[in-house]
Design a binder for this molecule. Sequence first.
Ligand SMILES: Cc1cn([C@H]2C[C@H](O)[C@@H](COP(=O)(O)OP(=O)(O)OP(=O)(O)O)O2)c(=O)[nH]c1=O
Length: 200
Amino acid sequence: MQQHSDADGAALILASASPRRLDLLRQVGLVPAAVDPADIDEAPHRQELPADHARRLAGEKAALVAARHPQGWILAADTVVACGRRILPKAEDEQTARTCLELLSGRRHRVHGGVALAAPGGKITVSLVQTAVLFKRLTADEIDAYLAGGEWRGKAGGYAIQGRAALFVRGIVGSYSNIVGLPLFETAALLRGRGFPLRP
Ligand SMILES: Cc1cn([C@H]2C[C@H](O)[C@@H](COP(=O)(O)OP(=O)(O)OP(=O)(O)O)O2)c(=O)[nH]c1=O
């Protein structure tokens, strides 16, 4: 697959350590010339709403990496799982994942995906995509078995819809790829809208 750059040779750079985001871009034939993750403080501000949090973090990741590649096209994203105004953590330990799953069980929640694009020169555009997700009611055994599988590690809200947690999801309204980590339709629109050449 060809790596993506614009007519002036400015490269597309993915500012993310998430292998899911790279896979999603590849799925639609967009191969970044480089991957340069942004390490930022992802703690929510006091009273910060989930949508604002997702937008802010995506923008901060893009800005940080754009400073390292002023002539590149920098794509960054942030995925936030929230129950109403409550932002769920990215699960790094089993207890956190368990708390998330118990909260999500039998309920509808929202995945807020912030996507930010820094164009050559540094101007940043951010968009937000929201997907509603309805979980079945989970039994204690289902939660235990899921936790034993380890797929929750590093995932916002303690689950990965692209894995076994697909069995927990009764339905979604909105973008599937947004839940996995990068809303593809809207990302393409963002790139096209800023003048990045996308082949049909
Ligand atoms: C809800 C959900 C999240 N996730 C993942 C996507 C993201 O990788 C992660 C949310 O964390 P993010 O902070 O958005 O991303 P990241 O830390 O993995 O990578 P980076 O900040 O470098 O871009 O959760 C899934 O893979 N599947 C899912 O169903």
